[in-house]
Design a protein. Structure first.
Length: 412
């Protein structure tokens, strides 16, 4: 639109964070070999940061002057993006900071987000080029009162064990998950715990012949460029960042964070405290971890599980299309659990079918899938592993709730 062109043009400044140890340890070579030249040619100013230790990126992002940075791009796996998101949410100005468009250049062995983005955007990729989409984040509470923000998954049981145990196979790349799965299958175990969730209310079906309501849909998006895709134009909400659009680029997808004036803001404003500061978004759906489950929640009868997996992207890994219907900003936690009693071959069949998203069609009576807004898991087994975005967290009771469209990511 003319409004966009009237703005001052300047290049998009990108901070690129590389974890040199991610995946097969090739992220840096991938950067210098494939990305650096492109950035230079397109005259995109960037700052390259090579992380030196775990949580380096998290600390850096927590303190960075974000007014100097139009996008944060990680070249690694999902673990580094987890660090960046939590670094942003730990800032006093989190509300603005989390609006910074995030990008991912696959460099790790996980890269579930990269797979999800790719899958849903391939047909409209060209159309959406340069767009920034919304992404749900899930707020997670641990027993020690620690709070984390997650963009991908919360796992317990089989999947969490594979996440962590397969770290030692990281040199083999993406098939490390398959190797980990086979090893875990051999020593399949049952995990005791209690699971409860707040289901998504499906809109009641209108009776035949009734007049359609002209109420807008309840999703926070008001307008979308292409409603079947996760990519939607969003406005640049921060006052101190002027234009973010293409400056004289012919085919680069790294400096086209287009600004648009005709679309709606998707993130709800949090309450303001008396001192004028905002606080991190409240988890209005969650009681205290020590409080009883609310009546509106569903308590799962079974207490013996093989796995519990909450996922909010379509892919758990490059070749694991876990939640075929999931969109990055659908405001839904896709909750899967597998009840104890499943045979090894049946479980293996599920994981093999997952490559093409066919596990729900396996007719497996042990697999349950629910769309939820919040959940609580209380492990009873004294030892075990819980992972958030593939990273191990404190073991114990945990609860989570979705925050629709809280983050922004570059999706084309
Ligand atoms: P991968 O896909 O290979 O698992 P990740 O991006 O998930 O790659 O990173 C794996 C782990 O390494 C994460 O826990 C991340 O926080 C951590 N990490 C990031 N930078 C470094 C570094 N420089 N040295 C060691 N660990 C790091
Ligand atoms: Mg990882």
């Amino acid at each position: 639109s003319s409004a966009v062109y009237a703005e001052v043009r300047r290049p998009c400044r990108v901070m690129i964070l590389v974890n040199p140890h991610s995946g097969r340890g090739q992220a840096l070579q991938l950067f210098t070999g494939h990305v650096q030249g492109m950035l230079t040619e397109a005259a995109v100013p960037y700052t390259l940061v090579i992380t030196e230790h775990q949580n380096h990126a998290r600390e850096l992002v927590r303190k960075a002057d974000l007014s100097q940075c139009d996008a944060l791009v990680i070249m690694s796996g999902d673990g580094l993006l987890f660090e960046v998101i939590n670094g942003l949410m730990e800032r006093e100005d989190w509300q603005e900071a989390i609006q910074t468009p995030l990008g991912i250049l696959p460099g790790g062995s996980g890269n579930a987000l990269a797979a999800s983005v790719h899958h849903y955007s391939h047909c409209g990729f060209m159309l959406c080029k340069g767009l920034v989409g919304s992404m749900d984040l899930v707020s997670i509470h641990l027993a020690s009162r620690q709070r984390l923000f997650s963009f991908l998954s919360l796992a317990w049981g089989f999947v969490a064990d594979v996440d962590i145990e397969s770290e030692k196979y990281r040199h083999v790349g993406a098939i490390r998950f398959l190797m980990g799965t086979l090893v875990r299958l051999a020593s399949l175990r049952v995990y005791q715990g209690r699971l409860a969730y707040l289901p998504v209310k499906e809109a009641p079906k209108l009776p035949k012949g009734s007049i359609k309501s002209n109420q807008p849909p309840s999703t926070p998006q008001h307008q979308s460029l292409c409603s079947s895709l996760p990519c939607r134009l969003i406005p640049n909400t921060s006052q101190n960042r002027n234009s973010r659009h293409n400056h004289n680029s012919t085919n680069s997808n790294h400096n086209t964070l287009t600004n648009s004036s005709n679309n709606a803001i998707t993130t709800k404003r949090p309450e303001t405290q008396s001192d004028g500061k905002t606080r991190a978004p409240e988890d209005s759906l969650l009681p205290g971890l020590d409080q009883p489950i609310p009546d509106s929640w569903t308590v799962v009868k079974e207490e013996d599980f093989v796995l519990v997996l909450a996922i909010y992207q379509s892919h758990l890994a490059e070749d694991l299309w876990t939640a075929p219907g999931a969109m990055a900003d659908d405001g839904v936690i896709h909750l899967f659990y597998v009840k104890a009693g499943i045979s090894r071959p049946a479980l293996l069949r599920l994981f093999l079918a997952m490559e093409k998203g066919g596990h729900l069609a396996c007719g497996c009576p042990h697999l349950v899938y629910e769309k939820v807004k919040a959940l609580r898991l209380e492990p009873v087994s004294p030892q075990g592993m819980i992972t958030v975005d593939g990273e191990m967290v404190e073991y114990g009771p945990v609860q989570a709730q979705i925050h629709p469209g809280l983050a922004k990511f570059i999706c084309g």
